[in-house]
Design a protein around this ligand. Structure first.
Ligand SMILES: Cc1ncc(COP(=O)(O)O)c(C=O)c1O
Length: 403
């Protein structure tokens, strides 16, 4: 079943993009582990149509397992085309390089994945591409930032770590008809919770390493949208070489089979954990778009189906306290990333922003008491119980720690 929109998301997650009868009639899509595809004779080479999707030549130009995974992702996102990469960063950087020229201008929101911001602020200017960073949610500043040479607007929704939500309707009122290509990194939302292309966004990017892969066992990235935009990106990928390998393509296909089920559980646990944390006296603040207290709750309700498995919260602004809390966790693993089967917790000040000085972190809004939890698919009550026992343990150990 290649492209079939008459089915629901879970059916598409299981079947879309894959061929019903494979070699040897195996039910699973084969991992075609080959770097080279050979020809019987030179006539066969001459007959090879440009851009053929059913005849292969060299792994960097595309391979069968990649194309099956791309077909599934395109159906899930409601996109005409999907291009897979070896990582989310490869998808982002290759797309920007493919679409930009020296002299162009890019706008990006300040609340974006750190490496994406680094790329836009430090790498693009080396190639004569200017970048303006605007405050997430400041739509007036965004309008002011647009120049004659603006080619791309790049943002995320929800953002990391504060889970801010971009108002996609408002965004498209600014950019529709301007010729600016609007790119949305939808990693935290996934096509289960939000479909930016339906709002008029031009390209959606995901770190497929996260919810799409879903098992903390692969690195991948994908860009989705109209073919007129994805084709130049695919061509550029053939030069830059950040192709996904056959085995990761297969893991992605396999991970996606349970995408719909995983998202249901992660949405439900995310909401329950956020509500639990909000009621806990040791927790100062919770950031979760499904909570009425989140500044963008209303926009989230209007444009999202669910709010995902990432919950960010603040405890006492004290790194040793946070470290003691993390060390007391028995089920939730300490580590970066999100969207996998296993719950993961991270302290941004000690992991993603450890190279920054405390002043730089404060400027970026990364407090020492900030914690990001990415719930997995364990039982909701077990996740809550683990946090609860760890918070109790740190409060019990508090007087001794002070003396
Ligand atoms: C929102 C977002 N975009 C892109 C990336 C980069 O993805 P990858 O790690 O697959 O290169 C990440 C990684 O954490 C991310 O969180």
């Amino acid at each position: 079943m290649k492209h079939n929109s008459k089915y629901g998301m879970s059916t598409n997650a299981v079947h879309a993009g894959e061929t019903r009868y494979n070699e040897y009639s195996a039910i699973t899509t084969p991992i075609v582990q080959a770097s080279t595809f050979i020809f019987r004779n030179t006539k066969e080479i001459q007959r090879l149509p440009a851009g053929a999707k059913d005849r292969f030549e060299y792994g960097r130009y595309g391979h069968p397992t990649q194309y099956a995974a791309e077909g599934k992702l395109a159906v899930l996102e409601g996109a005409e085309d999907a291009v897979l990469f070896s990582s989310g960063m490869s998808a982002l950087t290759t797309s920007l390089y493919a679409l930009l020229r020296a002299g162009d201008h890019v706008i990006i929101t300040d609340d974006a994945y750190k490496r994406t911001l680094d790329f836009c602020k430090t790498c693009l200017p080396r190639f004569g591409i200017q970048c303006t960073v605007v405050k997430m949610g400041d739509y007036a500043a965004l309008e002011r930032a647009v120049r004659k040479k603006t080619r791309i607007f790049m943002s995320e929704s929800p953002t990391n770590p504060y889970l801010n939500i971009m108002d996609l309707k408002r965004l498209m009122r600014i950019f529709s008809g301007t010729g600016v290509t609007v790119i949305s990194d939808s990693t935290f939302a996934t096509p289960y919770n939000q479909r930016p292309l339906e709002f008029g966004v031009d390209l959606v990017v995901h770190s497929a390493t996260k919810y799409l892969g879903g098992h903390n066992d692969l690195l991948a990235g994908v860009v989705l949208g109209r073919k007129e935009l994805t084709e130049p990106i695919r061509e550029y990928l053939k030069i830059t070489g950040g192709v996904i390998d056959p085995h990761s393509s297969y893991l992605l296909i396999r991970g996606l089979k349970t995408f719909d089920l995983r998202m249901q559980r992660q949405n439900q646990s995310g909401q329950a954990v956020a509500e639990y944390l909000e009621s806990h006296p040791a927790v100062r603040r919770v950031y979760y778009p499904g909570l009425a207290s989140h500044p963008h709750h209303q926009i989230a309700v209007e444009q999202m189906r669910g709010f995902g498995g990432v919950v960010t919260f603040e405890v006492e602004d004290d790194t040793p306290y946070v470290h003691r809390f993390l060390s007391k966790l028995r089920l939730i693993c300490i580590g970066p990333s999100l969207g996998g089967a296993e719950s993961l917790i991270t302290h941004p000040a000690s992991i993603s922003y450890y190279k920054c000085t405390p002043q730089e972190r404060r400027k970026l809004g990364i407090k020492d008491g900030l914690i990001r939890l990415a719930v997995g698919i364990e039982d909701t009550q077990d996740i809550i119980h683990d946090i609860d026992q760890a918070l109790r343990a740190v409060s019990r150990s508090r007087p001794r720690a002070r003396s």
